[in-house]
Design a protein around this ligand. Structure first.
Ligand code: 8YV
Length: 327
């Protein structure tokens, strides 16, 4: 890539990240900070050398088929890459990078926050106070369920799943997991984690399920209506990964009928739309995709994006290349 690459950034990023980008590259920023429409994305890929999209940009084949000859790199601001058609990018010789690692701890924190908020009815309690309806303490008032000593089943033991497991151990939960591959025995030992080859069996035995796998064609509706029904009536589900991994309608029906105890959801199948039936339920805690939303995390993500672009522009392989085989 001769000279400074022309980089189109689709959303507002932290000031320090934008400033550094402007020092290093020719940059077009999105000053309005709203998701781009498809025609704007097409305009961007026609002109850019490098595109920096986020999870709110659908970089599908319809967009990529319009890419100009200069577009060589999509340096995504985020870890999940399910908003990008990787096969179409590869076919056009466009490299795709992401920002793994730097949002692991923040997302694991939010998983624990949701788990605790759901089992201990944190949001419900706050809603009660704010409504002015709180009549005072009572022995049987606002009883949630104990976390300590319960069994947590983690679906997807990658970076975030492992970080959740570490925290869970500190809370006195026993850690169980299902993953495509069993993790290294030394990690299993460290986490005192039990591997379940069968997801179905794990689901039927756990008190809490945490979804921590990426959304790929293989994990779409991994928690299908049939699988959700395997969960125990007293169990909770926490999802800080992607809404598409869980059949949201089936989950909503089960929550309505109290076939599971509750759910903590940071992600939804059709964001920013949320199934309106979920809004009426007290046994769910709902967050607007905030899992990695810390200022420190966003700055770290921006730095990763910059390193990926700089390395690529200097003619080397960027460190965070996404290969379809990794998903
Ligand atoms: C980010 C995420 O906020 O990185 C991811 O995969 O889901 C989020 O935590 C978002 O993707 C930024 O593009």
């Amino acid at each position: 890539m001769p000279g400074k690459p022309y980089v189109v950034v689709t959303r507002k990023l932290p000031d320090s990240v934008e400033t550094r980008m402007m020092e290093l590259f020719r940059v077009k920023l999105n000053l309005e900070d709203r998701p781009l429409e498809q025609n704007e994305l097409i305009e961007a890929v026609k002109t850019a050398d490098v595109l920096v999209p986020t999870v709110t940009d659908r970089i599908d084949n319809a967009v990529l088929s319009q890419a100009g000859p200069n577009l060589r790199l999509i340096a995504s601001f985020g870890t999940g890459v399910d908003h990008i058609d990787l096969a179409s990018a590869r076919q056009r010789g466009i490299t795709v990078t992401n920002t793994p690692g730097v949002l692991t701890e923040d997302t694991a924190d939010m998983t624990m926050a949701l788990l605790l908020a759901t089992a201990r009815r944190v949001s419900e309690g706050e809603r009660l106070i704010r409504s002015g309806e709180w009549k005072g303490w009572g022995p049987m008032f606002m009883l949630g369920h104990r976390i300590y000593g319960k069994r947590l089943g983690i679906v997807g033991m990658g970076r975030i799943g492992t970080a959740v497991a570490r925290r869970a151990k500190g809370f006195g939960l026993s850690v169980h997991y299902h993953n495509r591959r069993r993790v290294h025995p030394s990690l299993e030992q460290q986490l005192e984690a039990t591997y379940w080859e069968s997801l179905d069996q794990m689901l039927s035995r756990m008190d809490i399920i945490s979804i921590n796998c990426p959304h790929t064609p293989a994990t779409y509706h991994l928690l299908s209506a049939r699988r959700l029904k395997l969960m125990q009536k007293h169990a909770y589900l926490v999802n800080t990964a992607r809404g598409e991994v869980v059949d949201e309608n089936a989950l909503t029906r089960m929550l309505e009928k109290k076939e599971i105890a509750g759910a903590g959801l940071d992600v939804f199948e059709h964001e920013p739309a949320v199934n309106p039936k979920l809004l009426r339920l007290d046994n769910v805690v709902l967050l607007p995709h905030m899992g990695s939303a810390t200022l420190e995390g966003r700055v770290d993500m921006g730095e990763k994006v910059i390193i990926n672009i700089k390395t690529f522009a200097d003619g080397h392989k960027p460190p965070d290349r996404v290969l379809e085989a990794m998903l």
